[in-house]
Design a protein around this ligand. Structure first.
Ligand SMILES: Cc1cc2nc3c(=O)[nH]c(=O)nc-3n(C[C@H](O)[C@H](O)[C@H](O)COP(=O)(O)OP(=O)(O)OC[C@H]3O[C@@H](n4cnc5c(N)ncnc54)[C@H](O)[C@@H]3O)c2cc1C
Length: 320
């Protein structure tokens, strides 16, 4: 069976959830082979093996941490040349997309970015993308070279599928461009303890209806009861009620969780562009005519300050 390369996104060997989702997708197309760059390959290989990776090609070098993406592209190119894969899957983060684009160029391959689903097809993997503020879905195949596909978080479930996960060294020689852009400092962001917005399975968002920074505690309480990330509309962000890093939409982040709960958000096209591919959408809005109700699976017409705390209490009660 043809092998499929999966680029591993990890923090010191702790594999992030979108990579495990890529392994589910890789198994639909062929045999997953993970590419792990940086420290922690042995620890990562255990998890990667549990989720279907037959082999884990590993390389560690200071270049991966000290410079921007080019060393990683060098390594992924070496892996692709060694394996001759049926496809290369990369998480759709900003870094992932830059790596994928550079890799596709080097391999002379076609690239598909921001896939929300990938299936096996007669002529190679078929990727589904969501276009024009999710008003259309497109299905595409790559016609030249090994397809390089970046896949959005939550595009597939994480599934256990025990495989060998055997660690094998990957030989990498860095090109002269690899050390062109050095990382000179890193400042860790203060952790909220909540999941990363773009990776979260559940996102609870607040908009202008939240009516003040201090009231976002209502949104956060619901998010925490569900183990969710917190999002915000641009109106809420522009008012200074919530950080820009939490903005969902065309000029914010694009999320595709299993569940999106919009509170006091009208559903402007630019907001929809960032959340319309969510699997289940719930809205709480006091205006029954709000456009958000056109796209929801469940809608509550009511005052969020009345509805959301009750929802939070109900979730907590059910969790026991
Ligand atoms: C180029 C461009 C890019 C943009 N990018 C983005 C983007 O990335 N993300 C984004 O979100 N927007 C973006 N916008 C802005 C977008 O057009 C809207 O202005 C914005 O999304 C509105 O935010 P909102 O829904 O929170 O506010 P509003 O449209 O004002 O809606 C507030 C809603 O809250 C409801 N409400 C009020 N009080 C309560 C209450 N107590 N209980 C329940 N409901 C209540 C109201 O009925 C109303 O429906 C962009 C605009 C442009 C032009």
């Amino acid at each position: 069976m043809a092998e499929v390369l999966v680029y591993v996104d990890h923090v010191d060997g702790a594999v992030r959830k979108p990579t495990l989702e890529l392994l589910t997708i890789a198994r639909r197309i062929g045999e997953p082979v993970a590419v792990h760059l940086g420290p922690g390959a042995e620890a990562a290989a255990k998890v990667l093996g549990e989720h279907g990776a037959t082999r884990v090609l590993a390389a560690d070098a200071p270049e991966f941490a000290d410079y921007l993406v080019v060393p990683k592209v060098d390594a992924l190119e070496a892996a692709a040349k060694a394996v001759g894969p049926a496809a290369v899957l990369v998480p759709s983060s900003a870094e992932g997309k830059e790596i994928a684009a550079r890799l596709a160029l080097r391999l002379g391959s076609g690239i598909i970015t921001d896939a929300v689903d990938v299936e096996a097809g007669a002529d190679g993997p078929v990727a589904t993308q969501s276009a024009f503020a999710a008003a259309f879905s497109t299905r595409s195949t790559v016609r030249k070279g090994a397809p390089v596909i970046t896949v959005k978080p939550n595009a597939a479930p994480v599934e256990a599928a025990p495989a060998a996960g055997a660690v094998e060294p990957l030989e990498v020689s860095f090109g002269e461009l690899a050390t062109g852009t050095k990382v000179v400092s890193r400042t860790p962001r203060q952790s909220t303890g909540r999941p990363e917005l773009t990776e979260a399975a559940i996102v609870v968002s607040g908009g202008r209806g939240v009516n003040g920074a201090e009231n976002f505690s209502v949104i956060e309480a619901l998010a925490d009861s569900l183990g969710a990330a917190v999002g915000a509309s641009r109106a809420a962000v522009d008012a200074g009620w919530y950080p820009h890093s939490n903005q969902v939409g065309q000029t914010g982040k694009s999320v595709s969780p299993q569940l999106y709960i919009a509170n006091g958000i009208s559903g402007a096209i630019q907001h929809r562009a960032g959340m319309q591919t969510s699997k289940t959408i719930v809205a709480v809005n006091k205006d029954a005519e709000a456009p958000i109700f056109d796209l929801v699976d469940y809608g509550v017409v009511g005052d969020l300050f009345n509805v959301v705390p009750q929802l939070t209490e109900e979730v907590k009660a059910r969790k026991g």
